[in-house]
Design a protein around this ligand. Structure first.
Ligand code: ADP
Length: 435
């Protein structure tokens, strides 16, 4: 290139001198003004030619393709090589950044939880689809305010606390369930540079928590009632306040309340075992017909007291499962069918099967269950009619135990009932079930 510039200058100078000499000769004029004019014209020509030449020289540089730099000037080739190496480095680094970002977004997009990153002006820097789904939002995107995700007072306070440098959390109630929000500040030095928000679906956890609270309060109530009666009667006996002829009756009352306590405690223990999954998995083959006959035998006495007949019909069908749990299922269903029956009524236990399922059907012609209560009878401590339930003893836990026992064996339970006509409880177990 140096050569080219050199040649260009030499060429222009020679050209200017030649033009000046030719004009001076042609005009043969020794006039000072004319000679100066000729010189100015020559300089002008020189400038125009110099411009054209310099453009010609720099054109290859201006027109160089940055994606594939090639040039014929040997002096520039080392620079071009450096640019090529640098370009390779930049392209590798930007590929790494892109693939890192793609990987991160692939991971966060497939999470069930929500993640939102927010800058100091509470604008969203990044937000995965989990966050939008959990907060029931569709059109909130990066760059917009985080409060477009939720504008409640509790959410605002949570974000503001995190912006103030404190870890904070709250529970949001949405149409589709409860969401736990955890907002954590990110501080490089002492100042907050942004916050990261995690969103979890805690509907099930909250439901379990409510159930646990209700269960504890129900248990306390159910234990308190018989214990108060026992305490009251024994206090009167201890203070000699009971006439000798009434002592027997008072003793019977204590026994009956103690019995109620024992049944309640046994039911709670059974339910807790099923709840905690601590029932041992037995792979025993159980003949449901034989088991139903065993249970009916144990309940015969109670049925006779109420003048209710109990019978087992059907066929021998076996399932693999836990005998104690299966026994509890049949016992509770038959016990209810006797308890909520009328004098002279019947209870029928039928064992049958369809190609892939074993069926236990417990039918009675007792008092039946009002339609509006049918969906609730499997809840813990739920009793249809508290007033008649006082006369008919029970804990309200029997059908809960049945339901959990059936679920334990991967089965299903359904009930058909007509008020005043009777009820039919049908349990289905997969025949090849492994318990
Ligand atoms: P309980 O200890 O009160 O019997 P369960 O959980 O076994 O508790 O039953 C819940 C409620 O369902 C009972 O209180 C009763 O009102 C109703 N129920 C259950 N089985 C029958 C049935 N065979 N006939 C009529 N009502 C029934």
């Amino acid at each position: 290139m140096t050569k080219r510039i050199f040649y260009s200058i030499v060429r222009t100078s020679v050209f200017t001198t030649v033009v000046t000499l030719i004009l001076a000769k042609v005009l043969n004029n020794e006039n000072y003004l004319i000679n100066s004019g000729i010189f100015v014209i020559s300089v002008l020509f020189a400038v125009i030619f110099a411009l054209r030449f310099s453009r010609k020289i720099t054109r290859p540089l201006v027109e160089v393709n940055p994606d594939n730099p090639k040039i014929n000037y040997s002096e520039i080739n080392p620079l071009i090589n450096k640019i090529r190496i640098q370009k390779g480095k930049i392209s590798r680094q930007s590929n790494e950044v892109r693939s890192g970002r793609e990987q991160l977004s692939l991971i966060t997009e497939n999470m069930n939880e929500g993640i939102v990153i927010v800058d100091t002006r509470t604008n969203i820097l990044s937000c995965n689809s989990g966050a939008l789904r959990l907060l029931d939002k569709k059109n909130v995107s990066e760059g917009q305010s985080v409060y477009l995700l939720n504008n409640s007072e509790v959410f605002r306070r949570c974000i503001q606390d995190a912006m103030g440098g404190r870890n904070s959390s709250c529970i949001l109630k949405t149409e589709h369930g409860d969401r736990e929000i955890i907002a954590s500040p990110s501080n490089i030095t002492d100042t907050v540079n942004g916050i990261v928000i995690f969103i979890f679906d805690v509907s099930e956890k909250q439901e379990l928590e409510t159930m646990r609270r209700e269960f504890t309060s129900n248990v306390s109530h159910e234990l308190k009632t018989p214990l108060t009666t026992i305490y009251g009667i024994s206090d009167m006996l201890a203070n000699g306040m009971v006439k000798p002829e009434d002592v027997m009756q008072f003793g019977q009352n204590i026994r009956s309340e103690a019995e109620r306590l024992i049944i309640l405690i046994n039911d709670i223990v059974s339910l807790s075992k099923l709840d905690e999954n601590s029932v041992p998995h037995e792979d025993t083959e159980i003949d449901l017909y034989n088991l139903a006959e065993e249970v009916a035998g144990r309940l015969q006495c109670r049925a006779s007291e109420k003048d209710v007949s109990i019978s087992v019909t059907g066929e021998h069908v076996s399932v693999i499962g836990n005998k104690t749990v299966l026994d509890e299922i049949i016992y509770n269903l038959c016990d209810n069918a006797i308890k909520y029956n009328n004098n002279g009524g019947y209870v029928e236990v039928k064992i049958s099967h369809i190609p892939t399922k074993a069926l236990i059907t417990v039918s009675d012609n007792g008092m039946g269950i009002p339609k509006e209560h049918i969906n609730r009878i499997f809840e813990r401590f739920y009793r249809v009619d508290k007033s008649h339930s006082r006369k008919i003893k029970g804990t309200g836990l029997g059908l809960s135990i049945v339901k959990h026992g059936v679920m334990y064996h991967n089965g299903t339970i359904r009930v058909d009932s007509k008020l005043g006509k009777g009820s039919v409880f049908t349990v289905e177990f997969p025949i090849d079930n492994k318990g």
